[in-house]
Every structure is written in C-alpha cells, then in structure tokens.
Design a protein around this ligand. Structure first.
Ligand code: SAM
Length: 285
C-alpha cells in the first residue's frame, strides 16, 4: 500500500491532469456534451446558468451539496476540495456581497482554474487557499457552513478531516457533503494502488462515514439523500478512472496496468449495488 503522502500526490497529479486537459468529466472534447457531468451531479440548468463555462465543464462532483443547505446572506461557507470552483460560485450567490466563501484545495492547477473562474464571475468575496483538508488553513469556530463535493473519499485520513470540520465550524454551524460511499468494498479494489486515486478505492461505508463524524464530535449526523449507482454508472466511473478518460465520474486516473476489459467487468460485477452517492449532513453542537 502507498503511504498517505504518496496517495495525496497521486490524487493531486490526477486532478492536475484532468483540469489541464480542460474537458471535465463526462464531457470529451465535444462542446455539445460539456456540462453533462454537472447536470448528472444534480445541478439544475438554473444553477449553472450564468456561471463561467470553465467552472461547469470542470465540475468533478457527485452531487449538489448546496441544494441541501439553507445558506443565508452574510454567512461564511467553506468548501473542502473546491476544485475549479463550481460550488464556490453557487455559494457566493447565496451569501451575497456581505458574506464570505472560502475554498481549500491542494492542487495548484485546480486553484488556478478556480481563480480564473472567480475573476470571470466578478465575485470579490470568494477566495481559494492552498492546503490540505486534513489540516485546514482556517480559524477555529469561524464558518457557518462546511460543504464538500466528492472529495473526502479521496483522503487517506478521513478521521482528521472529520475532526477539522468540527474544529472550524461555529457552534451551531452545519455541514453538507456529497460523497461516494461503498458497502463491502472488495479488498482487491481497496488495495490496488492504481485505483486509490479514484473515488471508489478510498471510499468507506455510509455507516463508517456517519460514525466517523459522530466520533469527531458532530451531532445530528444523517444521510439526507442517496443514489445507488446502476452498473452502467459504476462502469462509467470505473472506466473514467482507469483510462484517465473522464466518464460520468468524479475523477481521472491513469492505471495503465488496469485496462483489461475483463477486469473492469469483474469490478463492475463485484461492486453492483454497492456504490452510492450520498448527501451527508451534520451539525456542530
Ligand atoms: C473530485 S474533485 C472535486 C472538485 C470539486 N469539489 C467539484 O465538485 O468539482 C477533488 C478535488 O479535491 C482536491 N483534493 C483531493 N484530496 C485533497 C486533500 N487531501 N486536500 C486538499 N484537496 C484535496 C483535488 O485537488 C480536487 O480538486
């Protein structure tokens, strides 16, 4: 097994490549199909209307966490693994000019893309800080909302992330996270180093996710919505990861040794009915 730093480096390299290629997920190079991933993740046309195209096509999420929030004007929203910034821009609309939106990401190329999209959208109260979600460059008790979209599954140290969420939320602050969860992930998938940078191999079960948040001190922890992936969706996610040719998933891998269709079919069969995208909510205090 690779160590935690190797996993993060691998993940950052994958997303740097994905955003540099500029095709996002599920999009190919065909402009007519761009933005499909964003809709697939649960954004309405109204959500994405008026956003910079680059933010939409470089959306790598698996849900729409803000759709489950009640963010109000003047509040502070923190987005863990903010990528090219789609949720930062949606949050900026909600908090208005008196609020604040902060994104955290470790990948320079993603931060550069987000900064371009923030500049294009004209928002002055949105910033991206370079850092790890396991060690947030954010003050204690300082944010009203923590959101995240398909990122925590990529962390090799989820307990640290959960503790950080509890640390930075104000008392009464809330969390809305969209993420991949997997029941009974086969060992051969979890331990395959080529797949650790995907949104599958690092995913944990919903039960472990909820318990991890509770152990970190968060309350009212529950699943607000869940979508079980169809075999074709698991395959699209898987193929996108192993080919580095983004399908309807949230990541881009490069597992050259893993391109045997029979192995992919086996993975899809082993994972049938086990892969879900869930909206997980929690509160501090
Ligand atoms: C699947 S993409 C999601 C991006 C964005 N949330 C979206 O919905 O489009 C994962 C993002 O999380 C970032 N990321 C992954 N692990 C991270 C970590 N441990 N610390 C900081 N950023 C991380 C990656 O650089 C990438 O931008």
């Amino acid at each position: 097994m690779p160590d935690n730093e190797q996993i993060r480096t691998h993940v950052a390299d994958s997303y740097a490549k994905a955003v540099t290629r500029g095709t996002g997920c599920c999009c190919g190079d065909d402009a007519t199909t761009r933005g499909v991933a964003a809709q697939w993740a649960g954004y309405s046309v109204g959500d994405t209307e008026g956003l910079p195209n680059d933010a939409v096509i470089n959306s790598f999420g698996c849900g729409n966490p803000l759709a489950f929030s009640e963010v109000k004007e003047g509040q502070t929203v923190l987005d863990l693994g903010s990528g090219a910034g789609i949720d930062l821009l949606l949050a900026a609309r909600k908090v208005g000019s008196s609020g604040q939106v902060i994104g955290i990401d470790m990948t320079d190329e993603m931060i550069a893309a987000a900064n371009r999209n923030i500049a294009a959208s004209g928002h002055r109260n949105v910033e991206v800080r370079k850092g790890l979600i396991e060690k947030l460059p954010v003050e204690d008790n300082s944010v009203d909302w923590v959101i995240s979209n398909c990122v925590i599954n990529l962390s090799p140290e989820k307990d640290r992330v959960f503790a950080e969420i509890n640390r930075v939320l104000k008392p009464g602050g809330q969390m809305r996270v969209s993420d991949i969860v997997v029941d009974d992930l086969p060992d051969w998938v979890r331990t395959n180093e080529h797949l650790y940078n995907t949104c599958i191999a690092g995913a944990i079960s919903e039960q472990d996710y909820l318990q991890g948040l509770r152990d970190a001190g968060l309350t009212d922890v529950r699943v607000a919505e869940t979508l079980t992936y169809q075999p074709s969706q698991v395959k699209a996610l898987f193929v996108s990861e192993v080919d580095g040719d983004c399908g309807c998933g949230c990541g881009c891998g490069s597992a050259d040794a893993f391109d045997d269709p029979a192995v992919i079919d086996q993975a899809v069969q082993d994972l049938a009915g086990k892969v879900r995208s869930s909206i997980i909510v929690a509160k501090k205090g």
